[in-house]
Design a protein around this ligand. Structure first.
Ligand code: ADP
Ligand code: MG
Length: 333
């Protein structure tokens, strides 16, 4: 079967806080899919049956309409998907990366890129991921969890002191892009850190802070690609450093001894498999000055603009952006 016989639904946008990141990924993926000769249909599941008419305009305009995840059901169940061979999921965050959309596609019998339902749901849930890490011996920072309505601030402060002390990190359990995350340096900041994280999730993960370097490893078709180091100019890899050009420096392959690179790749594969990922993914790490690695999380649908991290690591392995997209489609078919 040649690419021109394959009909791809490019799912982009969505209703999560990472909607704009998804549109950036989608724009690059669309260019690659067109270059590769696939038949492509751009679909924003948040729009429901009234899909944007002008695709070019859609990718650049800021939308002000209320977008609903309820529209997803209607879209996936509509005639839009009647002749689709595979859905390329360029969505990020809730409702796109967390297994919910994947389950709709499963019910409809449509093949899709990336991990399946359970792995997507597990990876989106940072606490669940930590449980899998512990079971499979993936080294990761010490942690505890706070549930909404159980936020006894004094008890939380005493737990921090008992388990690891300051600084520590508060993150919403199921968000991404460093949204809602606070690095907490002492007791006085705890109240605010809790409030911030609860804006995005009903559960908070509190972790020991790991000083050191920021590393990430992509996995494609069961192989770990060369590790990449991120050097945020502001010192912290927040939303702005992630998505503003020039705000971070990326070094790939990372300047680390070959044994350390191998160790990171091994840990990345272990983390990827512990969650049950398929197709591709990206695993985030902290690396201390003594070269001890701490896995932070597994991203099942990492950013996919042509300058995103996975494409950068692919390039270091001799895989062009178009080839990467092609391999993702082929391994999902
Ligand atoms: N335990 C930690 N120690 C040091 N820095 C951390 C820790 N957890 C998160 N960070 C910082 O916050 C960033 C985002 O955290 P991460 O767990 O990858 O969540 P997400 O990318 O989904 O928002 C990391 O890339 C890192 O810079
Ligand atoms: Mg991350």
């Amino acid at each position: 079967m040649s690419n021109s016989d394959i009909s791809v639904a490019l799912l982009v946008g969505g209703s999560s806080p990472e909607r704009n990141v998804s549109k950036a990924s989608g724009k690059s993926v669309l260019a690659a899919l067109s270059f590769l000769g696939y038949k492509v249909k751009v679909i924003d599941p948040a729009y429901g049956l009234n899909q944007p008419k002008d695709v070019e305009k859609f990718f650049v305009e800021k939308d002000f309409t209320e977008l609903s995840n309820r529209n997803y059901v209607e879209v996936i169940n509509s005639t839009m998907f009647d002749d689709v061979d595979v859905a390329f999921i360029a969505l990020h965050g809730k409702w796109g990366e967390d297994g919910t959309l994947q389950s709709l596609l499963e019910l409809r019998g449509i093949k899709y890129t990336g991990s399946k339902v359970l792995a997507s749901a597990t990876a989106m849930d940072k606490c669940m991921t930590k449980v899998m890490f512990q079971h499979y011996d993936v080294a990761s920072p010490r942690w505890f969890v706070i549930n909404r309505n159980e936020e006894d601030v004094e008890l939380i402060k005493s737990k921090i002191k008992k388990f690891f002390g300051y600084p520590c990190v508060f993150k919403p359990n199921d968000s991404g892009s460093t949204i809602g995350l606070t690095i907490c340096r002492g007791d006085v900041e705890v109240g605010h850190a809790i409030k911030t994280a609860f804006k995005y999730s009903n559960k908070i993960l509190v972790e020991e802070y790991i000083p050191g370097r920021e590393m990430t490893v992509a996995v494609l078709d069961k192989h770990a690609l060369p590790p990449l180091e991120i050097k945020p100019k502001g010192g912290f890899y927040d939303y702005e450093s992630k998505y503003t050009s020039g705000m971070s420096e990326y070094i790939v392959p990372a300047q680390i001894p070959p044994k350390v690179a191998e160790h990171l790749q091994h840990q990345a594969l272990l983390a990827y498999n512990s969650v049950g990922c398929e197709s591709y993914g990206r695993i985030d790490f902290r690396l201390t000055t003594e070269y001890k690695s701490y896995c932070l999380e597994v991203n099942t649908l990492p950013g996919m603009t042509s300058t995103s991290l996975v494409p950068k690591m692919a390039k270091a392995a001799g895989i062009s952006f178009e080839e990467l997209i092609d391999r993702i489609i082929k391994n999902s078919l």
